[in-house]
Design a binder for this molecule. Structure first.
Ligand code: 5GP
Ligand code: ZN
Length: 151
């Protein structure tokens, strides 16, 4: 199965020599870090969608969400919440997007799993929308069954 292959290929653990975010973790290159603990760090995205755009990563190198152990992932999402609140309070923003690109097909450029937190302001012109697709007759049920088999 393709899904299982993806999980099998997942790069795990420690740090990866050439990875730009591992270099930030090892402090070989600078980053505007706003949070760190033993397992997780967060820093400002160098090319933000809106100013204040932050990234949250694990210190260990995992390529996508699939590789991150569940317990650690739970901690990551708690940090994401904490930072989202801090950004909103600091910037007086009106909302925020939390998003994660997994694999190239989804737009992932840096292959070290990271969650984006993007502050949003009423009337900002950021376009994160997509054209909505439709299902044919009975197709939504087929997709439901297909996906449920892998849970
Ligand atoms: P992706 O497309 O992989 O989900 O997003 C990667 C993000 O990392 C981009 O928004 C990009 O601006 C950011 N980024 C890439 N290189 C660096 C860097 O060296 N430092 C920081 N702070 N952000 C980076
Ligand atoms: Zn890395």
């Amino acid at each position: 199965m393709q899904e299982q292959m993806h999980i099998g290929k997942e790069k795990k653990g420690k740090t990866s020599e050439d990875c730009i975010f591992c270099k930030i973790v090892r402090e070989e290159i600078p980053a505007a870090k706003i949070y760190e603990d033993n397992e997780i760090i967060s820093f400002l995205d160098i090319a933000p969608a809106n100013k204040g755009h932050c990234l949250v990563i694990t210190r260990e190198h995992y390529t996508t969400i699939n590789g991150i152990p569940d317990e650690l992932l739970g901690k990551v999402i708690v940090v994401v919440k904490k930072i989202s609140r801090a950004i909103s309070s600091a910037l007086g923003s009106d909302g925020f997007n939390i998003l994660m690109n997994n694999n190239k097909a989804a737009g992932q450029l840096v292959p070290h799993a990271h969650i984006h937190i993007i502050p949003r302001f009423n009337g900002d012109r950021l376009n994160l929308t997509w054209k909505h697709n439709t299902y044919g007759e009975g197709e939504i049920e087929e997709f439901k069954e297909k996906i449920k088999k892998f849970l």
